[in-house]
Design a protein around this ligand. Structure first.
Ligand SMILES: Cc1ncc(COP(=O)(O)O)c(C=O)c1O
Length: 436
């Protein structure tokens, strides 16, 4: 029998108490509705969601989730206005490259929209293994596994690698995907100061020598643009027998030979156990990868819930990532334009006296350090037709409120100069003083 609740619904939430509503006369129906409203209790979690301050502020000031009506690389139309994207992760501008588009179209024609299954079960296809072989060879690793999102790839690089009783040693500024993997692993979390190898050495020396250890870092930190000091880090890792995991999401296509990443640039590929990353940056697609020794990749395939219980990357996404990987190895001009633009924008920021956190990579933040000022800078830039993204704590460390900006191969010098003029105005309106 169904139980009745105070607000007149049964436990399945479908029936009203007493006579069916069709036979209720007007006033009785009104009385019952107001009684139901009186007794109705809001569920605590629904109430929490409805009264969430972050959401209210976001909806009031509306800086996020701004949908473009059209987009061609960095040229967007938002609310009918042309906007120049100054926070793109598409570092090399390959999402409209003819070879990338053609590969995606062909893949859909041949394989359809999706394999609709996990790799372990019924979703493995030849285009997955081809992409994995190409990536493993490109990165200088024995094997590779590709996933439907970079987030999954980074998470799975740690979540099933470390376990309770182990120590996971992290730079606190690692990406959320790595953090989630660390938290899921159940291992003891140990933090060293961001990019500080003295702090890492001190921490390692204090840990139990018998405890299994994993060190987790970003190759390039997405907010700061900083590069991890891998040569010193792998030395320490070897001294203390720690496995090293590096997220190369923002360094593939950007650093290293033909864009092979920070491990390659630092000459430590063979000394880093796992390299993970995303296709959603320079490789102009969606999806992610983790690469390492055959044994470690096969271990993840048998043990990672993110791999086992999640559907495979789609044919179009896999094909476009593979095509982009081919392009970056034969067309150096995109890479050259990216770095010329990096130098140009960095010079503009330096001239304006803006703090770009000494970023040596195309992820060039503008650190304002104050939420209000950051908002006014963002708003002025928005009104001037420049799309940047505000990143506030806890997304960034306290006092590092910033506008996330990034330069790409698609920008022109003239566009960057115009951005510089808009920044000058934004600094004035927001009361941001030059740091000279
Ligand atoms: C450093 C880093 N790692 C991982 C990811 C996750 O990649 P994806 O967007 O493909 O899920 C991102 C994306 O923002 C990132 O910046």
């Amino acid at each position: 029998m169904k139980s009745k609740t105070l607000n007149g619904q049964d436990s399945a939430g479908t029936e009203t108490v007493g006579a069916p509503s069709s036979v209720l006369t007007g006033w009785t129906q009104k009385l019952m509705t107001s009684q139901a409203a009186f007794f109705k209790k809001t569920k605590p979690i629904v109430e929490r969601c409805e009264s969430d301050l972050n959401t209210r502020l976001r909806l009031k000031y509306a800086p996020y989730y701004r949908a473009a009506e059209s987009a061609d690389g960095i040229n967007l139309v938002v609310d009918g206005r042309p906007m120049l994207l100054m926070s793109s992760n598409e570092y090399l501008g390959l999402s409209r490259h003819p070879k990338v588009i053609e590969a995606a179209k062909r893949a859909v024609d041949q394989w359809g929209a999706s394999a609709c299954g996990s790799r372990l079960a019924n979703g493995s296809r030849a285009y997955h293994t081809e992409l994995e072989e190409d990536l493993a060879a490109f990165l200088g690793k024995e094997a590779c596994h590709v996933t439907a999102a970079g987030y999954l790839a980074c998470m799975c690089s740690i979540s099933s690698l470390a376990r309770r009783g182990d120590a996971v040693i992290v730079d606190p500024n690692i990406h959320s995907s790595l953090w989630d993997g660390v938290l899921l692993s159940g291992a003891k979390i140990e933090r060293f100061a961001h990019n500080d190898m003295d702090s890492l050495a001190k921490l390692l020396a204090e840990l139990d020598p018998k405890q299994a250890k994993v060190i987790v870092v970003d190759g390039v930190y997405s907010m700061e643009g900083h590069v991890a000091p891998l040569p010193q880090l792998v030395e320490l890792a070897e001294q203390y027998q720690a496995v090293v995991v590096v997220d190369e999401a923002h360094s593939i296509g950007v650093l290293g030979r033909d864009g092979r990443g920070v491990c390659d640039q630092s000459g430590v590929t063979g000394r880093v156990e796992l390299i993970c990353g995303s296709f959603s940056k320079a490789l102009a697609s969606t999806g992610g990868f983790v690469a390492g020794s055959r044994a470690m990749i096969e271990y993840l395939r048998s043990n990672s819930r993110q791999i086992i219980f999640s559907a495979a990357i789609s044919p179009a996404a896999a094909a476009s990532a593979r095509a982009a990987l081919g392009v970056i190895q034969v067309e150096p001009e995109h890479h050259e334009r990216l770095w010329a633009n990096y130098r140009h924008l960095k010079a503009i920021l330096e001239k304006l006296g803006l703090d770009y956190w000494s970023s040596p990579t195309p992820a060039l933040p503008i650190v304002v350090g104050d939420k209000e000022k950051c908002y006014w800078m963002w708003k002025t830039l928005w009104e001037q037709g420049f799309f940047t993204v505000m990143s506030l704590p806890p997304g960034v460390p306290p006092g590092k409120d910033l506008l996330r900006c990034a330069v790409t191969a698609m920008h022109t010098a003239e566009q960057l100069d115009r951005f510089g003029e808009a920044l000058k105005l934004a600094m004035k309106r927001a009361g941001v003083e030059p740091k000279h």
